[in-house]
Design a protein around this ligand. Structure first.
Ligand SMILES: Cc1cc2nc3c(=O)[nH]c(=O)nc-3n(C[C@H](O)[C@H](O)[C@H](O)COP(=O)(O)O)c2cc1C
Length: 338
């Protein structure tokens, strides 16, 4: 049953604050929000200007990022006692409208979710690019992360040592190619921000991590060639714990689902005290992304690689405040293919 009760301004503000805390590639924050006139449907739009034409030409990573924000919106709506109804790509004539979240009414007493600490984890989660301790994450927590991906419509593959080496090798190959491509280097550098930079977008240099002294973990080197910004190498964990997030199809809605699944996995890990960082480099080269697929699996579309473990928390990265676009016209639409 639909209620006519509009959502109050404070709740909307709180929902948007949750949404924008989501991770996004290079902290591009490629989302924009609009509230329908009856105050019950939040529209989530992509922002064409905040894309990475070389690293993400079909906007797959952008959709993952927006999907993560949609997951936070859902979680925050439930936290505030609202039942969210999410539709992905609801209007074929508005390709930049990636999702709507309709708040269909207050949750009934028997619909209240068990508190798993996920809502609190929204603000606690940061990408940690530092070395982890190597202490294995217990199997029940890994199982919870896997179940989270599954519940959101994606899959999580946690490889054994041989599989881990294979994924690290492919990631290292992608990282080397990225460094050898001056245009890609320039594209990435444009999103790296010096201390005191007056922008909420992009990654501050303070949030970047060191390279692995053993060259075993191919963390993204965001500033290749800039000796002044190079951090001294540190020894990373010997046994890297990785999880490959993948989907059975590779359509725009699958990318949005994968983004929601990604965020569900990251928040589950965070709520259990596990740190995470993402390795997306191999997804940025067609042949390497294909090679990342599970061997023998015809329908495995890799979306992103998650590194997880115990260690220091990541640095805080700024956000632009989530604002509602006003007026009846939709924000500029995304005209990318797919
Ligand atoms: C699709 C996607 C791909 C990402 N790829 C990488 C990556 O390759 N390397 C990395 O260090 N961080 C990666 N990140 C993390 C973002 O840089 C990070 O989310 C953003 O800077 C905001 O910081 P926060 O996660 O600490 O809030 C990725 C995030 C998303 C959503």
């Amino acid at each position: 049953m639909r209620t006519q009760v509009p959502v109050d301004a404070a709740t909307v503000e709180s929902l948007l604050a949750a949404a924008v805390a989501a991770p996004s590639i290079h902290n591009t924050q490629p989302w924009r929000f609009r509230l329908d006139p009856d105050g019950q449907v939040l529209e989530v739009h992509s922002v064409p200007a905040r894309t990475l034409p070389l690293a993400d030409p079909v906007h797959r990573a952008q959709y993952l990022s927006v999907g993560a924000a949609v997951f936070n919106l859902r979680l925050a709506a439930v936290h505030h006692g609202w039942r969210p109804e999410v539709r992905l790509l609801p209007d074929p004539y508005r390709p930049g409208l990636l999702a709507t979240v309709r708040l269909t009414g207050p949750l009934a007493a028997d619909e209240q979710p068990r508190d798993l600490g996920l809502h609190e984890a929204i603000t606690q989660r940061h990408t940690s690019r530092m070395p982890f301790t190597g202490r294995p994450v217990p199997e029940p927590i890994v199982a919870e992360m896997t179940a989270a991906a599954h519940a959101a419509g994606a899959r999580l593959y946690v490889p054994d040592i041989t599989g881990t080496r294979r994924l690290l090798r492919l990631t290292a190959a992608a990282e080397a190619r990225n460094h050898a491509d001056p245009d890609r280097v320039a594209e990435t550098l444009a999103w790296i921000k010096a201390p005191g930079a007056n922008t909420p977008y992009g990654i501050p240099v303070t949030a970047l991590g060191p390279p692995d002294a053993a060259a075993r973990v191919p963390m993204r080197g965001f500033t290749p060639g800039l000796a002044a910004l190079r951090r001294p190498a540190l020894w990373f964990e010997r046994h890297v714990q990785l999880a490959l997030l993948w989907t059975g199809h590779d359509r725009r809605e699958d990318w949005l689902r994968a983004g929601q699944a990604l965020q569900y996995v990251l928040l589950t890990a965070t709520a259990r005290g596990v740190r995470t960082s993402l390795l997306h480099q191999p997804m940025e080269w067609f042949d390497l992304r294909t090679a990342m697929a599970l061997p023998g699996h015809r329908r495995c579309h890799p979306q992103v690689l998650i590194r997880f473990g115990y260690g220091p928390d990541g640095a805080r990265t700024p956000r632009a405040a989530g604002r509602i676009a006003t007026g009846s016209t939709a924000p500029a639409t995304d005209t990318s293919r797919n």
